[in-house]
Design a protein around this ligand. Structure first.
Ligand SMILES: Nc1ncnc2c1ncn2[C@@H]1O[C@H](COP(=O)(O)OP(=O)(O)OP(=O)(O)O)[C@@H](O)[C@H]1O
Length: 547
């Protein structure tokens, strides 16, 4: 077997191991959650209310405990003595986001009306999607209905992670300029139903959300919501951490924000939303918010020579940044065409960057260590040993560092499938110099199932810090400038960091950032809390046909 083949096989094994580990962890989490529900059941099993309601046309015996509502059909005896089997039903209160009294009202009647019973609005899972549904419990007794309504309302109010008042930012310019419409159509009705109050800011410019977040009184809110694309999400995540730092008077170290962030996807790719919801769906996102599903998420700080550039989830250097430069020049194009144009153009001009790449391998987290302890003591003591920086110098086509899997409909398993939302580390993917055709093969595999890292020119590492020191800055910028002069002059590119001299482009969470010097990426475990949950794979709805 050749050295290259051995290397590929080694990479494959490592990748398989990481996948197995991820699946094992997710199974363990599911089991733990199941056990938790089962353990909680006996404590809360005592029946708070019992009554008769009609569900559909049939009478049911309905029981309410602290955690669930169960109903069993009441079957009248038949003259023949035949027993008719009917299924009982159960609804967990953790899935219910609103309860209302149902009344009969004439058209145009605003209040009053005869009581019909209670309606429970709950969330149903269809794959990764969350959908709204209603359970109608009919009983015409006003007293009976109000007793049930009051008890159910009290139980729902006791679910502590659910927000009551949210600060909402809407970027009206995101993607197809549909964010306001998406919010009004799909999100506001759910918030209203769940009695969640909102304070809305429709942003007027880049940086508007950041300046509001720096000034506003945050303690009255239970969470912040962003309606927009990845750029808006990145701005708000950055703003939340900066604000927490300011409040804690901690200029050096990042501080975990108290408020969670909810993301209503309204962009073209929405990788952060996809990574915590598994789908790009405003209803799923809104239901995660009203039900208070909280997920801690690792973040990175990106800095250059001790100067913070921003906090975020992903940074790409080389191909990922160069294609964003191309895409930003054609902002007027529909997003799928723009993405394909940028890919093709960047591939046509494919060139490696000469740089020094250093990384600090991630230590195993305490949790992982305790999981492994029984299995392999020796391996454990090795992983506890002090880790140190590894440095390589060479030509790279692309370098990416991602603290979340970056799922999207284009890459359902994610751009960084070997990391997870809260494992305390990031995935470094460094693609060395190779031919265009080999590089295209590597890219294509993101769209299919796997194997994108099974190439001798691709290396992946689980890291806690990365330093990228580009070389030959002047050569790159001169070449780029002459190319710029040939462009049609339709660029709307406005990098958020502008330097007087030449600089390298970076793609940081889908935003173009120019940095003249080295960049240091540091992972900050569980720095932010998002509304959502860990998902393995995103729904795939599109495929790229251009490569
Ligand atoms: N009113 C506004 N006008 C122009 N830019 C805005 C406005 N409000 C916010 N922004 C900025 O627009 C940038 C891009 O926003 P966003 O990511 O939501 O849209 P997008 O780029 O169209 O989406 P995607 O990144 O998914 O293609 C963000 O940096 C945000 O700060």
């Amino acid at each position: 077997m050749s050295e290259a083949e051995e290397e590929v096989r080694g990479d494959r094994n490592e990748e398989e191991e990481k996948k197995k580990e991820k699946r094992r962890r997710s199974r363990k989490k599911e089991k733990q959650e199941q056990r938790q529900v089962e353990e909680e059941e006996p404590r809360s099993e005592c029946v708070l209310l019992r009554g008769i309601f009609k569900l559909g046309k049939k009478s049911h015996d309905v029981l309410l405990t602290r955690t669930r509502l169960t109903w069993t059909p009441i079957i009248p005896e038949t003259p023949t003595g035949e027993v008719c089997m009917m299924q009982p039903g159960v609804l967990l209160l953790q899935d219910v986001f609103a309860v209302k009294v149902k009344r009969r009202r004439a058209a145009g009647q605003q209040s009053g009306g005869a009581v019909l019973g209670v309606a429970l609005f709950y969330c149903r899972r269809r794959g990764r999607r969350l959908e709204e549904d209603t359970l109608h419990l009919h009983n015409a007794s006003a007293e009976h209905t109000h007793t049930w309504y009051n008890t159910l309302s009290e139980l729902l109010a006791g679910l502590s992670t659910r927000p009551r008042y949210l600060k909402v930012f809407i970027n009206p310019c995101s993607h197809k300029k549909e964010a306001v419409h998406i919010y009004r159509e799909h999100v506001a009705p759910l918030f209203k139903m769940a009695d969640v109050r909102t304070d809305i800011t429709v942003t007027e410019r880049k940086g508007h959300a950041l300046s509001v977040m720096k000034e506003c009184k945050l303690d009255e809110y239970d969470g912040v919501v962003c309606v927009g694309g990845d750029g808006s999400v990145a701005e708000l995540c950055h703003a939340l951490v900066l604000r927490a730092q300011l409040d804690a008077d901690s200029p050096e170290d990042p501080v975990k924000p108290v408020l969670p962030l909810g993301i209503i996807p309204a962009g073209s790719t929405d990788v952060v939303s996809c990574s915590v919801h598994g789908v790009r769906d405003p209803v799923t996102a809104a239901l995660h918010i009203v039900l208070g599903h909280l997920q801690d998420v690792d973040m990175c700080s990106f800095s250059s020579h001790g100067q913070l550039v921003r906090f975020g989830f992903s940074a790409m250097f080389g191909f990922g940044a160069q294609s964003l430069v191309q895409a930003e020049k054609k902002r007027w194009m529909p997003s799928s065409r723009r993405r394909e144009y940028a890919l093709v153009k960047t591939l046509a001009r494919l060139r490696p960057e000469d740089c020094q790449l250093s990384f600090l391998p991630a230590k195993k987290s305490t949790r992982e260590r305790s999981e492994h302890r029984d299995q392999n003591q020796d391996q454990d003591s090795v992983s506890e040993a002090e880790e140190s920086w590894t440095t390589n110098q060479g030509l790279y086509l692309s370098i990416s560092v991602m603290s979340i899997p970056c799922l999207s409909s284009h890459a359902p398993r994610g751009l960084a499938p070997n990391t997870s939302l809260a494992n305390g580390s990031a995935e470094l993917i460094a693609v060395g110099n190779t031919s265009r055709s080999e590089f295209i093969k590597h890219l294509k595999r993101y769209n299919s199932s796997s194997g994108q890292f099974s190439f001798s020119f691709v290396e992946t590492h689980t890291v806690s810090a990365v330093r990228i020191r580009p070389r030959l800055l002047s050569a790159w910028s001169e070449e780029e400038e002459s190319e710029e002069e040939q462009e049609e002059g339709d660029s709307k590119t406005t990098p958020i960091i502008q330097s007087e001299g030449a600089a390298f482009p970076w793609n940081m969470d889908g935003e173009l950032v120019e940095i003249p010097n080295e960049v240091l990426v540091r992972v900050h475990p569980r720095l932010i809390t998002l509304y959502g949950e860990e998902v393995d794979e995103a729904e795939s709805t599109v495929s790229c046909s251009c490569i």
